[in-house]
Design a protein around this ligand. Structure first.
Ligand code: FAD
Length: 232
């Protein structure tokens, strides 16, 4: 791969896209001090206050600010209208612009994928990884974990409105689920969780883990062992 300095460079792994998945992958791969990792992101750094103050979502989601702001193809079910699809374009990807709600799929989602032949994707298979990722401030049981990199907490400044809404639902016979009200908090994105973890240890080990940010990256190739180039 050619680096931004114009010198030829090689890496064991080149990850295209520093979103939720890319940041976690870079962090996990970097735990092996013998490998070098290059993480590339088309968006900007995640320094903007809009990405760190939760209210910033009101600005970045409707506008193409740290946001690819995609449109869908015309949707037959919407009388041909196109849907709006915000997606994060910055370090952290969509986790830098999302609503910070900690939520998981339903058991039947994962079991459905396993039933289609995807070994290792049943709910019982993935649950240990959810627990291992989590540092839940309130819950620690067979479903929720403590000590992981992703902090999960109740809202720090709860508004009274959700409580009124939940009480109204309860009055109609719906059961309250105390497990669904938690937030990722703080830090605010997967980049701040995963990349901050690799920065110091990898520098200490002299390991080469770099993260490039460039709006020039417009195309990518699947990152297989045969990947030889990532360029515009
Ligand atoms: C507005 C919004 C609110 C959400 N709210 C929640 C929530 O409250 N709770 C929750 O659990 N989930 C939420 N989500 C969903 C969650 O954030 C995403 O599912 C998750 O971040 C997806 O991770 P990913 O790694 O697949 O993609 P992303 O995090 O989107 O990462 C993809 C990255 O790849 C980069 N990229 C793309 N193409 C290239 C290229 N050619 N070269 C280099 N880089 C490239 C992008 O810029 C981006 O940074 C929300 C999403 C959005 C958009």
């Amino acid at each position: 791969m050619q680096s931004t300095q114009g010198t030829d460079d090689t890496f064991d792994y080149v990850i295209v896209g520093a979103g939720s998945a890319g940041c976690v992958l870079a962090a996990r791969l970097s735990e092996d001090p013998s490998v070098s990792v290059c993480l590339l992101e088309a968006g900007d750094r995640d320094k903007s206050v809009l990405l760190h103050v939760p209210l910033g979502i009101a600005v970045v989601v409707p506008w193409p600010v740290h946001n690819w702001a995609f449109s869908t193809v015309p949707q037959p079910g919407l009388d041909g209208r196109r849907g709006y699809q915000p997606r994060g374009k910055a370090l952290g990807g969509s986790s830098s612009i999302n609503a910070m709600v900690y939520t998981r799929g339903h058991r039947s989602d994962y079991d459905g994928w396993a039933a289609l032949g995807n070994a290792g994707w049943s709910y019982d298979d993935v649950l240990p990884y959810f627990r291992r990722a989590e540092n839940n401030e309130r819950l620690a049981d067979e479903f929720h974990g403590r000590g992981g990199p992703l902090n999960v907490a109740d809202p720090r400044s709860p508004s009274g409105f959700p409580e009124l809404w939940l009480a109204a639902a309860e009055s109609q016979g719906m059961k309250r689920n105390a497990r669904t009200t938690t937030h990722n908090a703080p830090p605010t994105s997967v980049a701040t969780v995963a990349l901050d973890r690799i920065a110091t240890p990898s520098v200490n080990r002299g390991q080469r883990t770099i993260c490039g940010v460039s709006s020039a990256i417009t195309r990518s190739w699947p990152a297989t062992p045969r990947t030889i180039a990532v360029q515009s």
